[in-house]
Design a protein around this ligand. Structure first.
Ligand code: KG4
Ligand code: ZN
Length: 342
């Protein structure tokens, strides 16, 4: 079965063509970062319009790269939520219409389920059950995963998502949008131990997160070390970035270890944009080795938004006989626990 995947939930147009026997045949991504950068964040209306411009040419390109034709599409998977409603509508409309025209089934995919399953596209995929840490721009969640669609929420952020905290801290330091990867790069130049930031909620029992206090602490530190013109020297900026990243990473590591122990599991999957963070990967590998557990993640380009994860997730559901009707689906909010099991 060959499935076309369409991802348009935020500021990236991701298209992929996936074969359940041969794996990923082709994928392409168009990032709108330049379009939104002058505004310091995503402008939803501009995002929707750009998805309209880019989706169809990217679909043509992906089919061509795969050496395939439209007639080779056996099903269409599109992101139906959560995300920006206008952006979701574009992918849903295109996916649903294409499936109708080709007389093939279509399915609306949950964006976070896509992220969660992205490591399945790698050579050594994790077996069920496992704990998933979903860390993106909009979500920070710890989930027990017993199979596709069998999700139990163990904990989540009570305020900002981890990626959002990275982006806001980066903005405070004058780094370009989206700040997460820029802050991570700057952190590499930072001096260990010059600043120590609080590790939020680690003494608090349970598996929830909170990053707003850390954000305020970062802002205060930036202000304390800025001159009257608001300028801050490069080394101090790097030292703050280092301490910030260390605090976020350590907090995530502590909660992941706690979740594995609570559920008596030994496999952890990390997914979503922040799972591309090198420090997070290294620290988790080190910490989990001590408790005989292992960590799984996707290659960096499949940690952030992409079409491959949507094609894969949709394919698993279509193979199980799940199909959506002709209505166009777009759910800005959509609890993952409501999904049907496969
Ligand atoms: O999953 P994603 O592409 O989009 C959402 O579904 O939100 O995640 C984007 C988030 C952004 O906040 C971005 O700054 C963050 O992931 N991110 C990173 C890194 N790469 C992306 N944060 C920290 N370190 C990175 N290397
Ligand atoms: Zn995402």
């Amino acid at each position: 079965m060959r499935i076309l995947g369409i991802e348009t939930s935020c500021d990236e147009t991701g298209i992929a063509f996936y074969d359940d026997q041969q794996g990923l045949l082709a994928d392409a991504l168009y990032s709108q970062v330049e379009l939104h950068s002058e505004y310091g964040g995503v402008v939803p209306e501009l995002a929707s319009r750009d998805h309209i411009r880019k989706a169809l040419p990217l679909i043509e390109q992906v089919l061509q790269d795969a050496g395939c034709q439209r007639q080779d599409i056996d099903g269409v998977a599109y992101t139906a939520g959560p995300g920006l409603v206008g952006a979701l509508m574009v992918g849903s409309m295109i996916g649903r219409s294409l499936a109708y025209a080709l007389s093939v089934p279509a399915i609306g995919v949950h964006h976070m389920e896509g992220h969660l399953l992205a490591p399945m596209l790698e050579e050594n995929p994790p077996a069920f059950p496992f704990i998933a840490l979903l860390v993106s721009g909009g979500h920070t969640q710890l989930v027990r995963v017993d199979g596709i669609g069998q999700y139990r929420m163990l904990g989540e952020s009570l305020d900002d998502a981890a990626g959002e905290a990275f982006d806001k801290a980066a903005k405070m330091m004058g780094l370009p949008y989206p700040g997460g990867p820029h802050l991570a790069k700057l952190a590499e130049e930072g001096e260990e131990g010059r600043f120590t930031f609080p590790r939020p909620m680690v003494k608090h029992p349970g598996l929830d997160f909170s990053f707003s206090g850390l954000k305020t602490f970062t802002l205060n530190t930036v202000h304390q070390h800025s001159d009257e013109q608001g300028k801050i020297d490069q080394q101090t900026k790097a030292d703050i970035a280092h301490a910030f990243q260390q605090a976020v990473v350590e907090t995530l590591v502590i909660k992941c270890r706690r979740a594995l122990q609570q559920e008596s599991l030994s496999r952890l999957v990390i997914a979503g944009g922040v799972s591309a963070n090198k420090q997070l990967r290294v620290s988790l590998e080190k910490a989990l080795k001590k408790i005989d557990a292992s960590v799984f993640y996707a290659r960096p380009q499949f940690c952030t938004d992409n079409g491959a994860m949507i094609a894969y997730a949709g394919c698993q559901r279509l193979l199980a006989g799940q199909v959506d009707d002709l209505s166009v689906k777009a759910y800005p909010r959509w609890p993952m626990e409501n999904l049907a099991a496969v």
